[in-house]
Design a protein around this ligand. Sequence first.
Ligand code: SAM
Length: 328
Amino acid sequence: MTGLSDSFQRPVNYLRISVTDRCNLRCIYCMPADGVSLVSHQDILSYEETYTVVLAAAELGIDKVRITGGEPLVRLGLPELIRMLARIEAIDDISLTTNGLLLGSYAAELKRAGLRRVNVSLDTLKPDRFEFITRRHNNLGDVLDGIEAAKSVGLNPVKINTVVMAGINDDELLDFAAKTIDEGWHIRFIELMLPVGVSTTAAQFVSVSDMRKRLKQLGKLEPCLPSVGNGPAKYFRFPQAKGTIGFITPVSEHFCFGCNRLRLTSDGKLRPCLLAEDEIDLRQPLRSGVSSDGLKQLIEEAVDRKPLQHHLDEGYIPKNRPFSQVGG
Ligand code: SAM
């Protein structure tokens, strides 16, 4: 097998799969308070259909998948999908991105099913603020329990993703960073993507360079060497810390040149780029009995159509569906 590469010679070996557009939170920057219009249940790919896509993709060279949403753990029976994907020999890494609310109940079963690691999105360590940001009851405790449950069953690493917003949670930067020293947390600070955000304003944007300046109060951040991870984050640590701090700069310094991914939306569209409207429909072909070769051709076409980079900085925003429906 030679593997997939796009028209700019970037290898593509990673598929992010959104299994639902539903979410049990309404984070202020991600979703409107009353939600977004939802895809009807019959339009969502079944687990068998998702498996068929991943099998074809794996035969072409995809070896990493990440399950996301919406909130993936609100989809019934998610461990069953993980079990199915774990049976595909060529897939050697299955991970999950979640808001962590239901992780405490599912961590052990997910691990047994074949999940390797998990990213938990958490923007505050303050209970009242959790309620404000997520527009849901104060259940920060459930997320923290979920993180501990994930660690205790051996999901590794457990990474915390924090979107930093001025005037909303940027005063917690040092509290989060201290957890890499005191508790060995692995935290990734993410720049707010203003153009795809909901009700976001330029005044809320905090650049990674600004974050790094503020973190100097805790000591000197040293790069993790040899470099860790194969995604967009750049990793550092404080000398006395077991945990790491990653920075993700989708806006101030985009990382499209290393982009190795495709995205599958919950309604079966293959998306060459998170931040462009282009999509290739797989659901209709799947439901009309497309052959494995036919499916592979569609996947190769999506890889071919990967753009060189996104154009958020020039004000271009994909309009055909909200960010939460592509699978962040
Ligand atoms: N429900 C899951 C979760 O909470 O991780 C997966 C989906 S959620 C859309 C994925 C990630 O996208 C979350 O970490 C969220 O903070 C991030 N996100 C959503 N809107 C964003 C924006 N405008 N800028 C930066 N990150 C954003």
